[in-house]
Design a protein around this ligand. Sequence first.
Ligand SMILES: Cc1cc2nc3c(=O)[nH]c(=O)nc-3n(C[C@H](O)[C@H](O)[C@H](O)COP(=O)(O)OP(=O)(O)OC[C@H]3O[C@@H](n4cnc5c(N)ncnc54)[C@H](O)[C@@H]3O)c2cc1C
Length: 287
Amino acid sequence: MHTFAYARPTTLAEAVALLDAHGPDARLLAGGTDLIIRLRDGTVAPALVVDLKRIAELHPAIREADGQVTISAGTVMTDIAADPLVARHFPALAEAAAVVGSVQIRNRATLAGNICNASPAADTAPSLLVYAAHVVAEGPTGTRRIPVDGFFVSSGVTTLARGELVRAIELPIPARRQAAAHLRRTRRRGHDLASVTLCCGVDETGATRLAYGSVGPRPVLVVDDSGVLADPGAPDDAKAAVFERMFAGASPSPRSMRASPAYRLAMLRVLGQRALATAIDRLAARA
Ligand SMILES: Cc1cc2nc3c(=O)[nH]c(=O)nc-3n(C[C@H](O)[C@H](O)[C@H](O)COP(=O)(O)OP(=O)(O)OC[C@H]3O[C@@H](n4cnc5c(N)ncnc54)[C@H](O)[C@@H]3O)c2cc1C
């Protein structure tokens, strides 16, 4: 492994100052389930690794206040999957957290690390998009709230600016009755990223939010307010037309070793229909 300096700040201000001073030569370490692999295989070679685990403001916490649930950057998948607040308000996020990697990975992997790594296959991204989450970024000029749909750029690239780190993820508690479901397709559970990862949400007005990943350079969110997909009386061809429009943002890479574009696009449709059906059933159960 390439040699690097190691810093373990205890305050956010210290971490931000280090990041600002070193720019792209510094890398943050949370659970390390992505970073350590990349340090080992040499695809990243930072001069400095900044360990976030001693920073009190980032310590694991899931709290409800002012109509939203805030998940601190140090919170791991195991805790998100088991949390009662997440289960009550954002069950599709709990479902996504529960399928990340294996037990050992979920005990280390943070939600913030999952989105900051910005893999198109990040399993938590679709549910965060469906639930209209915000990323709370802390940087040299203060705090910034970024809608999660404005956070992902492409594989490994986010809209975080120099010196910024993620402090927390905020999820607004839905004002309307709604329900969602997360589904994914993977080759080998626990060892591989998704070939398709997807979340579908519907609310009491029939509005449908569909988000999907691993079928293009970044996760995609599409919203349909027509109510057609959630209407049991709508003709099949009308539903198919809405679905096709929603899937238009998928552009799987032909160079991936995981699955062919044709397979991913076929699975996207299958999972999309299944997740929609589950979300509609769950919405009815919440009446
Ligand atoms: C065997 C295995 C299986 C896996 N399976 C899955 C899977 O099924 N689904 C899936 O989505 N992922 C999977 N992963 C990927 C990984 O576990 C997740 O992306 C994880 O959530 C990353 O979180 P972390 O805390 O380990 O991040 P780290 O590895 O510590 O960091 C990841 C990246 O995010 C940056 N970062 C971390 N925290 C912050 C912060 N607060 N602010 C700004 N930048 C930050 C780091 O600098 C680094 O670039 C798997 C990984 C392995 C090794």
